[in-house]
Design a binder for this molecule. Sequence first.
Ligand SMILES: Cc1cc2nc3c(=O)[nH]c(=O)nc-3n(C[C@H](O)[C@H](O)[C@H](O)COP(=O)(O)O)c2cc1C
Length: 366
Amino acid sequence: MSFNSFGHLFRVTTWGESHGPALGATVDGCPPGIEIEPAFIQQFLDRRRPGQSKETTQRKEPDEVRILSGTFEGRTTGTPIQLMIENTNQRSKDYGEIAQQFRPGHADITYHQKYGVRDYRGGGRSSARETAARVAAGGVAQAVLRKLVPGLKITGYMVQMGEKHLDRSRFDRAAILQNPFFLPDAGAVDEWSEYLAAIRKGQSSVGAAIEVVAEGCPPGLGAPVYGKIDTELAAAMMSINAVKGVEIGEGMGAAALTGIENADEMVMGPEGVEYLSNHAGGILGGITTGQPITVRFAVKPTSSILTPRRSVNTRGEEVEVITKGRHDPCVGIRAVPVAEAMMACVILDHLLMDRAQTGGQRGEIG
Ligand SMILES: Cc1cc2nc3c(=O)[nH]c(=O)nc-3n(C[C@H](O)[C@H](O)[C@H](O)COP(=O)(O)O)c2cc1C
């Protein structure tokens, strides 16, 4: 059985472990003739890269991507694109103890129970190092989208970290890439930073919520009933390590609304239909409306913490686990570029499927 791939026409397979020599992604189904340079993909990896600020893990990886196949003279050829990122800063001795014991909240126990064998070094395949490969694949998707849907813009940012919430009245898109939290409010960065420092000092970690928005996505992507784009986006986000909840548009908040409040009313504008609100998050019946696609998800606190937690070992003995090694105190931060990558892959996959089925033809209004 193979469960390391996702996507239908734009198909991504990731491979590799945290402390192996390298990891990467094979992208199959990429359209030919797309201009793509390693530097274009690298910019996305640089945002996810560990060791860049005191707010993330101190494992210092250059995360330099190499394109091994599928391009010629700077353009895709339509053949499989092999992307490789070398692991250079492994410190496997930190993980000696978890060979025999299970970190609470991590995947050690389930990998052991299911497979009976695991590469425990740095969490092996369950480590979020794997998400570097997704980000590289997302870079390829972004390169294709740049050509096929020039106006499309995918933006991820943090909306919550523990008890700190983004004040949406202060939303400033320009601030997002200017601070280590991907926070759209420069004025709140110091407060978030102090809060996280206190969490870290207390030898704990904290959860987060991330929002990803795709603006300029054409209407008509997504296929009812089992290929709804909201289904696929939710699956894509849920597949990111440590994600425990996903919402589209109003999400769980819709449960508190009345039909009057929730209706996204429509009017005819000079360019066609205009929506007066976007509770639906840009998707109706599993198909994009042309409004911004809005996805939010919750990331649990990092399970690897220095505070001793009770657990068991492979011999069935009760033990206390202190997880040493270099860990993100809030894994939600680096999940932001990962989520953007997953969104890019899903949107491109649906764009290609829509072209295959409908040839891009649309029902007319007016
Ligand atoms: C970008 C990113 C970085 C992560 N870094 C760590 C880490 O340093 N330490 C840790 O224990 N978990 C980390 N995680 C979470 C684990 O990979 C995840 O909790 C674990 O694989 C168990 O899977 P689950 O939480 O999805 O059930 C990270 C997650 C993401 C998205």
